[in-house]
Design a protein around this ligand. Structure first.
Ligand SMILES: Nc1ncnc2c1ncn2[C@@H]1O[C@H](COP(=O)(O)OP(=O)(O)OP(=O)(O)O)[C@@H](O)[C@H]1O
Length: 654
């Protein structure tokens, strides 16, 4: 049964600022709009019907995490409901004794046992309330921790190709909003259960006094339910239509507070543009809030009027029962009290049920994400990759990114031999990074075969594969932790050894820089935190080198490592990478546009639009008259030509 029609909210008007800055509205990919329909379609009865299933879902997690706390919580709730009924019955007894005939001291004495029992029951309710607070404090954090661990643990194991798939990634990331929903749902269900129990207690007392009073209770409560559900659904509707608008305002003004945006904000006057846009968009949001408040006031007035009328009718019925039905005055007093309490409990139940329904959607998303993530997880176990060093062989490998309409690599055959330097060169978008990711075991080929020491990557234990690889990419990941932890995270599975960190930093030529920082190795590698420092782009690249050196694995994959380095550091970096292979075991796979650096590679693969078009050593490729590599090399070398055949030297003279 649908109690209400779907509330309509007009979409936000597109302000001049939005037209100017977004050419329309700014909408997020991960639209919250997916919640809009289920929430708005939901009637009160649909919510009530879902309640047992939601409760079971929450109880399952709570029982797994702390069955004793859950039992204590449920027991305390049950006892609290019984106490509430007991207080009402005791009140009735007190009133019966007080309204009876006889002298007042006698009546008081008669009422005393019920009064004491009622008082004890009230005190019991208070004590149970305290117990519930304590148990909730113990149980909720455990539940939240279990959910976050399950969710993030799953996310850390998802195949990279699934993360690249727009649809899968959207579903996976939506699960994040559900990690604290279980504990919130449990908290709401505690309220619903206790509200329902108190409600049932009041209803039973009323029905015992006279069945007509039960009907009166329904009449009084119904408009209040209606009002609460209408107000809440209208608020949902508005929130979901306006959420992108609100986020766009946040996105707009956020840079105004950022230190790194200050130059353009000041010099170009970008700050003024953003603040003006925020004012324009904020004004329309304020109008929407005013509209909601007016509508809410109207609904609540209508609900109060209907409920008030029903209450007047109920009191009239009570009057009639007193006068004509022979109901004792004490029973009428209890009835008034029960009606008043029951209305309050009803409001609690409706409000909490509404919140539960909203939470249940997030929770479903989380469960769905975890299940989806497990389906796309990197498989555990497999054939071990054994042997000293690694040789990676790609045979007729084709690869297409999820959602892409063409292959990034097409029938590529490449051998990355043990103990050598292999360079991948080619123009932007030719497929070098993709090829390196396949060599690292991050993607599985769409067609063809990748073998690690002879083991097909599809059968290999991927943990073994990852354990053989160290990555150094152009944009070094800056983790919000100390500088030393930023290096240690390269091999975070082993205990942190300061000596090894310093040795790696020495090799990457970053040790002196770190040790001169005010907090040295304990500096936080991000500005904006206490002990926070800002490292330059080149310094970060050196931290990245230190991280890869600290990791020290058989295969070091280096993607454009020198973009931010000064010329001296660049030369030193290539020399030091080359020296890694001196042990005859370590392999370096190097991607670079600096062809001067590839000259010393053992083998160079030239890629063009996803295909290997040339391969060989530098001198072999330079010998190909109209070769692709030679053309690129000469083009680059010509940049240093200063006329008259003179060239600016690209290497330091010894
Ligand atoms: N995550 C992705 N999803 C879809 N397509 C991608 C993705 N990453 C890269 N591509 C596409 O695959 C092709 C190869 O990209 P790749 O990054 O491997 O080239 P590259 O040779 O490393 O380029 P560059 O020299 O600019 O770094 C390009 O057409 C690129 O647009």
């Amino acid at each position: 049964m649908r109690v209400l029609r779907r509330p309509a909210t007009a979409p936000p008007p597109v302000s001049e600022a939005e037209k100017l800055l977004f050419s329309g509205t700014l909408r997020h990919d991960q639209a919250w709009a997916q919640y809009e329909d289920p929430l708005l379609r939901m009637s009160f009865w649909a919510m009530a019907r879902q309640f047992p299933a939601m409760l079971a879902m929450v109880a399952r997690v709570a029982r797994r995490e702390d069955p004793r706390a859950l039992a204590a919580l449920l027991g305390a709730q049950l006892a609290s409901g019984v106490m509430t009924a007991f207080v009402l019955v005791a009140t009735n007894e007190v009133l019966v004794a007080l309204f009876a005939g006889g002298p007042t001291p006698r009546k008081l004495l008669d009422a005393l046992p019920a009064l004491l029992l009622g008082g004890a029951a009230s005190a019991g309710t208070v004590l149970l309330g305290c117990l519930i607070v304590g148990v909730e404090g113990r149980l909720y954090p455990k539940i939240e921790l279990a959910c976050t661990t399950a969710y993030y643990g799953m996310m850390a194991r998802v195949e990279m190709s699934a993360m690249e798939d727009k649809d899968i990634h959207r579903k996976l990331s939506l699960g994040r909003y559900g990690t604290d929903s279980v504990q919130r749902m449990l908290s709401h269900s505690v309220w619903v259960v206790s509200g329902l129990m108190s409600l049932v207690a009041a209803a039973v007392v009323l029905a015992t006094l006279h069945p007509l009073l039960l009907g009166a209770l329904v009449l009084i409560a119904a408009p209040r339910w209606w009002g609460a559900v209408v107000v809440m659904r209208r608020a949902y509707a508005s929130r979901h239509v306006w959420v992108d608008h609100r986020r766009a305002v946040d996105v707009l003004v956020y840079p105004v507070t950022r230190a790194d945006a200050t130059p353009e904000l000041r010099v170009h006057g970008a700050g003024r543009v953003l603040v003006d846009a925020q004012r324009g968009m904020g004004a329309s949001a304020a109008r929407e809030k005013a509209r909601l408040a007016n509508a809410q006031a109207g609904t609540e007035l209508a609900a109060a009027a209907l409920s008030g009328t029903a209450r007047v009718l109920a009191y009239a019925a009570l009057w009639w029962l007193l006068v004509a039905g022979g109901m004792p005055l004490a029973a009428a007093g209890t009835a008034v009290l029960a009606i008043r309490n029951a209305t309050g409990y009803l409001n609690t139940v409706v409000t909490q049920l509404n919140s539960m329904c909203e939470e249940s959607l997030y929770l479903k998303d989380m469960n769905h994400a975890i299940e989806l993530g497990r389906r796309h997880a990197i498989p555990e176990g497999g054939t071990p990759v054994t042997g000293k060093g690694v040789e990676v062989v790609l045979q007729d490998v084709t690869f297409r990114y999820p959602n892409a309409d063409r292959d990034a690599l097409r029938e590529v055959s490449v051998t990355v031999p043990r103990g050598k330097v292999v360079a991948l060169v080619g123009e932007n978008g030719s497929g070098k990074t993709t090829l390196a990711a396949l060599v690292a075991g991050l993607y599985l080929p769409t067609a063809g075969k990748v073998a690690y020491n002879g083991v097909d990557i599809r059968e290999a234990d991927r943990e073994d594969v990852f354990d053989r690889v160290a990555l150094l990419s152009q944009s070094v990941q800056a983790w919000p932790m100390t500088v030393k932890a930023n290096i240690h995270i390269g091999d975070g599975g082993r205990p942190m050894v300061q000596r090894d960190i310093e040795a790696a930093a020495d090799r990457a030529d970053i040790r002196a820089v770190v040790e001169e920082l005010p907090h040295g190795w304990d500096s936080i590698a991000l500005k904006g935190f206490e002990r926070g420092v800002k490292l330059s782009g080149g310094q970060w690249q050196r931290v990245g080198v230190a991280r890869a050196v600290y990791r020290r694995r058989d295969l070091v994959i280096v993607d454009e490592p020198t973009a931010a380095l000064d010329p001296r550091a660049e030369i030193e970096m290539f020399e030091s990478l080359r020296s890694l292979t001196a042990d005859g075991v370590t392999t370096v796979l190097l991607i670079t546009h600096r062809l001067a650096a590839t000259a010393s590679a053992d083998v160079i693969y030239v890629l063009d639009r996803g295909r290997v078009v040339e391969q060989g050593a530098h001198h072999e490729l330079m010998a190909v008259a109209d070769g692709h590599y030679r053309e690129l090399y000469e083009l680059q070398a010509s940049q240093y030509d200063v006329g008259d055949g003179e060239k600016i030297p690209t290497q330091r003279k010894p």
